[in-house]
Each structure stands twice: as C-alpha cells, then as structure tokens.
Design a protein around this ligand. Structure first.
Ligand SMILES: *[C@@H]1O[C@H](CO)[C@@H](O)[C@H](O)[C@H]1NC(C)=O
Ligand SMILES: *[C@@H]1O[C@H](CO)[C@@H](O)[C@H](O)[C@H]1NC(C)=O
Ligand SMILES: *[C@@H]1O[C@H](CO)[C@@H](O)[C@H](O)[C@H]1NC(C)=O
Ligand SMILES: *[C@@H]1O[C@H](CO)[C@@H](O)[C@H](O)[C@H]1NC(C)=O
Ligand SMILES: *[C@@H]1O[C@H](CO)[C@@H](O)[C@H](O)[C@H]1NC(C)=O
Ligand SMILES: CC(=O)N[C@H]1CO[C@H](CO)[C@@H](O)[C@@H]1O
Length: 881
C-alpha cells in the first residue's frame, strides 16, 4: 500500500484539481510496449466455487449473497474510503445479513501502526533461515496477532517483488531472489496465518520489481514490466502458484503494468492466469489507490477496490461503490460478475471461519490515543474509543528471536575468529550498534536509517514494542566492551593484537512513498554501498585492529569488495533485518551459544555490472510509460551468474557454520513420469447460480433519513440516478464499448489448470532424496541446510539454467558426530519447463535422459549428484557450478 499513516492529506489535497482529468476513459489507453509483448484479452472472469475444497464455503456464500440487495453487494466489494475506519482498508458491510465491515491491515511483518504487537523479522530475514518450520511458526504468531487485534485480512506475505533487481526497494519484504525459496516461505506463512482464521493476501501480482515510476498518476502511467510467458511461469508466478495451492484467501494486484496493461485491470493476468490457470477461489483486491477504471477492472476480474477511493483520495469519489451500482443498473457490468465478486469475498470469509466469533477491530491505525476520530477523513467526525490496547504479543518474541538468530549468515570466518570468548577486549563501531537514540519508532513508517536497522521503510513495517539492540546484548555477555557510536572512525588508543573490533554497517530501502537520504524507495542513490560511509569505517577499523568482525544489517546484497579481502577483516555476519530481537539473537551467534545457520537468500556479486543491465539498473524517467523489459528472461541472480560463468563473491545459499557437515544421499523414484505432460485435469465443478436480471432500481435507493458521513463511500445512488441507470440497462439500447475479445461465456479452463495452483498432477512427487547430514566437527553443535538443485538433461530443446533450487530442509541442532536424515522432494513441476506452444508444463526427457539433482549447502557447494535414470548418487564429482 502506498499511503502511510501520517495522514498526508495536505499533499493529496493539492492534487485535487487534476481529479477530473484522469477518469475520462473506462480503460486508459495504453502506451506502446516493445515489439512482441501483448496484453491479450481474457474474458469472462471464471466463476469461483468450482473446487471441492471450497464447496461448503461457496454454498454458504451463495445462500448469503442471494439475499443481498444490489447496494449490499456493491458495498462489500469496495472500501469505505481511506482513513474512514480503524484499519488501512475497511470494506462496506451488509449488516442486515450479519456480514461485517472487513478490516484489512498491513504489514507482512506485524500488525502495523499500533502498539502491543511484535515487530517480527522481515521477510528477507525469514528467507535467510532456510527453515520451513520457522517460516510456519512465524506465520502462526503473525496470525494470532492479527486476529487478536480484530483484523480480518493480513496484507502479506510479499513475493512480488521477487528480488530481480538488487537495487529494488521492497525486496526485503519478500524472502529472497529465487522462486522456490519465495514459494516455500510464502506457503508456510500462509498456512500459519490462515490456521488462525485470518485471511492472508499474496501480493503484489505481479512484477513490481522496482519502486520508482510504479504508480499511475494523471500525468504518467505506471511502468510496464514486459515479461515473456515462460519467464512469467518459471520465475515470477511460481510463488503465487504455491501460495494459491496453500489456499490463500486473497490476492493483491501490483501498481505497475504488465505488457502495457495495468495489473489492476489486466484481464489476461487476473481472469486468465490467476483465476483460470491457477484456480484461485478467493478475491482479488487492488493495491491502495491503484484502481483506475470502473467497468474495465470489474470485467478484468478485480473483486475489491482498496481503499475504495479513486487515485486521488479523500473526496468521496470512487470508481466502484455507487458507480458499480450504476454500472450494473445500466447493464454495463453484468450482474453475474458482481455476484461472483461478492460471492468470492463472502466465501473467503466463510472458508476461514470468520462467521464464528471473529473479534471486531479493537485498534486504530490512525492514532495511538484511546479516543479518536471514528472517520478521520470526514474531518467533522464523531469521536469515540478507538484503541483498546489489546496486548497480542504473548511469547512471540521467542519465535521472532529464533528467526532473527537462525537467519544470521556467516560469510567469512578466517582463523575461526568467531565465536568470541566473553573475556576478549571488544571495541564496537557504528551507529547501527545501538537503538535510534530518538526511540525505535521515532521515524514514521521507519523512513529514516538511524540506529540499528531492524526493518526497511514504507507500509511494510510495524511499530516496535521495544528494541533489543546489539550493544546492550553484547555488553550483557562481555565485560570489556566499548562502544564508539559513530560512523566516522574515531581516534582510539593503540590496540593490542588481541583486541577485537566489531563494525556495524547498514543498507536501507523501502517504499517509493518516502525518500530517505536520497533513495526513492529503491537504492537509487546509495546503490550497493554501505550507508553512512560504512565501507570507510570498516577499512579504517581494519587498518587499526588485527581482528575485525563486520556485522551488516541490510535489505539486500552489498558490494563488499572495498574491504572483504583485507587480512584483518576476518569475520562477516549478515544479520539482515532482525526486527525487535536484534540483540540477543546476534550475541548468541557472536559468543557461540549457537552456530550460525543462515544462508544467503541472494547472491553477492563482486561488481554490480556482473549482472546484466536489465537487472542491475533501475529504469529511469521516460516520457509516457517507463518500459522495463525482462530481456534477461529466466536468468536473474545465480541463474545468470552460472550461465555466463561469473563467480560471485558469495553465492546464493552460501552460509558458514562453526562446525562442518557432510551430506550423503540416496534417491528413489516415487511416481513414474511416463508422459511429458501431467494427466489431464478434471472438469470444473458446479458454481453458484443466481438470477442475472438487472435488479430493480429501488435496491440502490438510499434509505430515507440515513445520516451520511461526509465523503464516506456508500454504494447507494440518488433515486433519480438509479432510475435513469436502470432505464438505460433495461432498454439495452445504449451499449458499453466492451474491449476486444470480450465474452460472457464461461469456459472449461486451460489444460495447465485443475486445482488451486494448477493441475494437481504437477505436484506428484517424482523423486525423493534422503540426505543423511552429519556434523563432522568436534567442538560445536549446529544446524545444517540441505539444498537440492535440479540440473536439466543436455540436448533438450529448451535452454535451462545450469542449476535451479527445488527443495531444502534445515536440520535440528546436531551435536558433533551426530547425524540425521532429511527428505527432499522433486515434483513433476520441478522437472518441467513451461512450454509456450503447448501452454503446459512439459518434462523434457521423454527419451529417458537423466536429470541430475545436486545436493549441497549452497548453490556453489554441490557435493553429491543424484541421477534420475540410474537412481544412484555419487559424491566427489565435479559440479557444473
Ligand atoms: C506478455 O507478452 C508475451 C509476449 O507476447 C506473452 O508471451 C505473455 O503471455 C504476455 N503476458 C501477459 C501477462 O500478458
Ligand atoms: C455499507 O457499509 C456501511 C459501513 O458499514 C454501512 O454504513 C452501510 O449501511 C452499508 N450499506 C448497505 C447498503 O448495507
Ligand atoms: C454505466 O455506468 C458506468 C459507471 O458510471 C459508466 O462507466 C458506463 O459508461 C455506463 N454505461 C452506459 C451504457 O451508460
Ligand atoms: C499496551 O497495553 C497496555 C495495557 O495492556 C497499555 O497500558 C499500554 O499503553 C499499551 N501500549 C504500549 C505502547 O505499551
Ligand atoms: C571445515 O572443513 C574445512 C575444509 O574441509 C576446514 O578448512 C575447516 O577448518 C573446517 N571447519 C571446522 C569448523 O571444522
Ligand atoms: C471494539 C472492540 O470490540 N474491542 C474489543 C477488543 O478486544 C478486547 C479484548 O479482547 C475487548 O475487550 C474489546 O471489547
């Protein structure tokens, strides 16, 4: 979402004069996109309800929606306006029938803009654990907190951006620059959250890979991500597919366009890919203030307008609500489409059990005070109690700390400098070592980089209930610690050879709604260098001390070349974005209470130009629509580096421990893949049936004597306007100018579909690899990460990346000499490519040529090869990386 909670009305008000110019057309004219990219029409929206796993919820939803009036249906499909309720998004209700206003709340790492919550580690940190059970446990805790505050919808997790561009501003909200890592982490999060009865939202569909120029405004369309079909399926869509397979209840569209068509009204994306191919049964909402057409977006498959306003909010104007009512009465939006929108929303509500004892919101994201304006945007609003200060933290600091700790990634540890004995003399450098002296929440939306960096900035943040900072935790353990809370190297007494310097550096990023130290969300100013001259601070410390440990709090990769090879820089820890539990988690690693077990969720290159221009650089300003063409195709991050044979400084998946592990594997065939394509899908099941006749205009009349709130978004029309629209609709003479390819006939759906996420046969387990992981060290217990990468056969008619991550498992703590066996699974989809001609997933070895499944602990540490033809594994063979 774009707008913070600092009520930036004044800025918005100045834009008001342009309000009239931007809605002239139902679907805005598109700028030309590069040759070969098309946004094809896909109509109509597939009805929801055809899957057995949602049948009961749809039956209940059908019964409820059948009783709704037109104005009730259009009420629940749109927000009541920004700052018109306690949450960042508040839908209209159908209270007559017991359907409440739904509370939609940021963020992906904690309940935003309120107190007594946990500020969890960010997505990127969670990804760096490579631990499915921790991903799930964090999701459970998040779900409990959202429920405890009465939020119906958790606006997370984030998997778009996927992390294509290292400079991208919001990558840290997601889990890392790999589709499988993102997919697994998102699915585990969704399961954890939704088991608490909270609807999760997978976002942002799709390709919101940079912040700058993302939004449509009256002068310029948002940028267009131009992606070919295969790349979309094999990279960017993969985590969405797994999220839908996990049963996610809602999807948020992205601000930008794909192939020239805005995501909030892109029929090919929403109707075609999301609702037909991926079988999505829940509802689709717009990102905040990205709703730019009324009839067009409804036909394209959008189900909910958030927060309900037009692009320029606060004027009581909407493209839906009363306008959607009008569009149905005048016959432009078929009632059939509105019924489906409403049914999808109500079905998701039933699916998550929210009809039973779900608490109403008991917090306000508009104020921290007990009492406040009930409808702040109405200016003259009644005042009442808005905060009940419900403490939802329980013991969630434990899982927060565990995630923060297990994410810490040891990149380098020369001469086993780490772990430190608590008797060492320690000098600590850098303002990042201690909490922001103004308080951890001093900057709204965390839009500053001051003190320990626990999260990026923007809407994807939460308020810290407290902040456990590194210096406090280090001082608790060690007796001889001195902090130099400066980013300019101070004058220090001549050190002993044994003295240790710990240098803290950062790199921050966030949402484009805020600019921090010249960075417009993306890291356009700082690039991949440490902030506040951090590289110089490390160099100067390294010139003085013989034992330097660098701790990095960062949103993503940095170029470490200015100091990584200096002999005194012996150890480097990436602590990512730890959230509130930054201190103990780090001290546990530094002093050896736990071995580091995090692994990089992205590659760290030696130079930014080691990646292709389309990925390494942000797209700059252009007249008209900025074009961001995915010319690198499948080849981002390690997929690109491996293709061109460029060694990174630290590869995707890299992470050292205080101990060493061996990985012995065996492979078994589970389901034989006899055909190149999955078994044909089942036909769609039945969907709810409603009358499709235009309802009487009286269903849109505002009740006599209803006391309206100024600028609140209602779904009623003045009686005369309702009558006039109805007259147009029933006469049927004035036709809406439907887009090319428009149709109202439901279709059977594509071959690649069939269940949530796609054809269920795609998840047939083809091979199972049992990996026995042994701690071969003699001193330290530790957890290992077993990673499986697939190498496609030679000589197939598809270009494929050298290796691709397909599964991973983290072990429990293994004592020296101890071993455990974990199972990694390779599914049909894992050994398929998306064939654009066949429009299906195809296993490209019909002649039985072998795939190799590489087992290792990083994308460049692949120790064991398992072969799918001989079903044997061997260790000691040279890997292709
Ligand atoms: C974008 O254009 C490419 C090339 O024509 C096409 O293969 C792909 O399906 C399009 N994607 C979307 C989402 O429209
Ligand atoms: C729409 O929702 C608002 C907010 O709950 C409510 O005041 C209004 O009565 C609802 N309208 C209808 C038609 O139910
Ligand atoms: C019906 O109303 C909608 C919303 O105001 C408008 O966009 C559309 O053009 C209207 N259709 C007709 C046929 O007048
Ligand atoms: C948290 O809740 C308590 C009551 O449980 C309240 O006194 C306090 O003000 C709330 N807010 C914060 C920031 O602790
Ligand atoms: C792990 O193994 C490597 C090489 O096999 C060796 O250099 C290193 O010292 C070992 N580390 C530990 C902690 O045993
Ligand atoms: C408005 C509202 O429903 N507030 C509730 C929030 O949660 C607390 C504790 O569960 C209730 O006591 C309040 O009534």
């Amino acid at each position: 979402m774009a707008v913070g909670t600092s009520l930036p009305w004044l800025g918005l008000l100045t834009l008001a004069v342009f309000d009239s110019v931007c809605y002239a057309n139902a679907v805005l004219p598109r700028d030309a996109v590069p040759d070969g990219y098309v946004a094809a029409p896909y109509y109509p929206t597939p009805h929801g309800g055809w899957l057995a796993s949602w049948t009961d919820s749809y039956a209940k939803a059908e019964a409820l929606v059948a009783k709704m009036t037109l104005a009730e249906k259009t009420n629940i499909t749109g927000g009541v306006g920004i700052y018109m309720g306690p949450c960042v998004g508040n839908t209209g209700s159908a209270l007559r029938l017991g359907f409440p206003q739904m509370c939609l709340q940021d963020s992906a790492l904690g309940v935003a803009s309120t107190d007594n919550v946990t500020a969890f580690p960010a997505g990127i940190t969670t990804g760096a654990t490579w631990d499915k059970s921790l991903m799930y446990a964090r999701g459970v805790a998040l779900g409990q907190e959202f429920r405890g505050k009465g939020a119906h919808v958790y606006l997370g997790p984030t998997v778009g951006p996927l992390g294509r561009k290292p400079l991208g501003g919001r990558n840290w909200e997601g889990f890392g620059s790999d589709p499988v890592l993102q997919a697994v982490a998102a699915a585990e999060t969704i399961k954890g959250v939704q088991q608490q009865g909270v609807i999760a939202t997978i976002k942002h569909l799709i390709a919101n890979e940079q912040e700058m120029y993302r939004m449509y405004n009256p002068f310029q369309p948002g940028y267009s991500s131009n992606i070919d079909d295969r790349t979309l399926h094999e990279v960017y869509l993969w985590p969405f597919a797994e999220s839908i397979r996990a049963g996610v209840g809602s999807v948020m569209t992205a601000y930008n366009a794909v192939n020239g068509s805005a995501c909030s009204q892109n029929s090919y994306l929403i109707n075609g890919i999301l609702k037909d191919e991926l079988g999505f049964q829940g509802f689709v909402m717009s990102d905040w203030l990205s709703h730019i057409s009324g009839v067009g977006s409804a036909l394209a498959g959008l189900d909910m307008s958030m927060p309900g306003d037009t692009q320029i909010p606060l004027f009581g104007q909407s493209l839906w609500k009363y306008e959607l009512t009008r569009s149905v009465l005048n016959g432009s939006v078929p009632l059939d489409r509105l019924n489906d929108m409403a049914t999808r929303i109500v079905a998701a509500w039933y699916q998550l059990g929210q009809d039973k004892n779900y608490p109403p919101p008991n917090f306000s994201s508009n104020t921290h005070d007990r009492n406040g304006l009930l409808y702040p945007a109405a200016v003259l609003s009644p005042i009442g109690q808005v905060n009940w200060f419900v403490n939802v933290q329980a013991d969630h600091y434990k899982v927060a700390r565990e995630v923060a700790q297990d994410a810490i990634t040891l990149l380098k540890n020369d001469a086993s400098l780490l772990p430190l004995s608590t008797s060492r003399s320690i000098k600590v450098f850098g303002t990042d070592a201690q909490v922001n002296p103004d308080g951890p929440n001093a900057c709204g939306n965390r839009a500053c980089n001051k003190g320990t960096l626990g999260m990026g900035w923007g809407s994807g943040v939460a308020d810290y209930p407290y902040f456990d900072d590194p210096i406090t935790a280090i001082k608790k353990r060690a007796g001889d610690v001195k902090l130099y809370a400066t980013d300019t190297f101070p004058s220090v007494p001549t050190p002993n050879d044994d003295d240790v310097a710990i240098v803290f550096i950062t790199s921050d990023a966030g949402e484009n709604s805020f600019t921090v130290e010249g960075n417009h969300g993306d890291r356009d100013a700082s690039k991949l260098s440490a902030w506040h001259n951090g590289d110089t601070l490390v160099q100067k410390a390294a010139a003085k001390y013989k034992n330097v440990i660098v701790v990095v709090h960062t949103v993503g990769p940095l170029i470490l070349e200015p100091w990584i090879d200096l002999p005194s820089v012996k150890s480097v820890l990436f602590a990512h974005l730890p959230g509130q539990e930054a201190g103990e988690s780090l001290a546990n690693i530094i002093f050896g209470d736990a071995s580091p077990s995090g692994h990089l969720p992205y590659s760290i290159t030696k130079k930014s130009t080691d990646l292709p221009d389309s990925v390494a650089n942000l797209r700059g300003f252009a007249i008209g629509q900025v074009q961001d063409t995915y010319s690198e195709g499948l080849y981002i991050d390690y997929r690109y580096l491996n293709k061109v044979g460029t060694a990174p400084r630290f590869a995707f998946g890299h992470g050292l421990s205080y101990t060493n592990f061996t990985y012995d594997a065996t492979i078994a065939s589970v389901t034989k893949l006899t055909e190149p394509t999955p078994t044909p899908r089942a036909a769609k099941g039945p969907t709810p049936q409603f009358s499709t006749a235009i309802p009487p205009a009286s269903e849109a009349y505002i009740p006599k004597g209803f006391n309206v709130i100024w600028r609140y978004l209602y779904s009623w029309l003045p009686n005369g306007e309702a009558d006039a629209a109805y007259a147009v609709g029933v006469a049927g003479t004035k036709k809406y100018d439907y887009p090319a390819g428009y149709s109202t006939t439901q279709t059977a759906g594509p071959a690649a579909g069939g269940d949530q996420g796609g054809n269920p046969a795609l998840w047939d387990v083809a091979y199972e690899i049992s990996v026995t992981v042994k701690n071969t060290g003699s001193k330290f217990p530790g957890k290992a990460s077993a990673q499986a990468y697939v190498q496609f056969p030679d000589g197939i008619p598809y270009d494929t990346p050298v290796v691709q991550l397909r599964d991973f498992e983290k072990t429990a703590v293994l004592n020296p000499g101890e071993s455990v066996t974990v199972t990694l699974k390779i599914t049909r989809k894992d050994v398929s490519v998306w064939d654009t001609r066949v429009q299906n997933w195809v296993v490209p070895n019909s002649d039985g040529r072998r795939f190799t499944v590489w087992i290792g602990e990083a994308s460049d540490k692949l120790f064991t090869a398992c072969y799918t033809d001989s079903l044997t594994c061997e260790t000691g063979v040279k890997s292709p990386v």
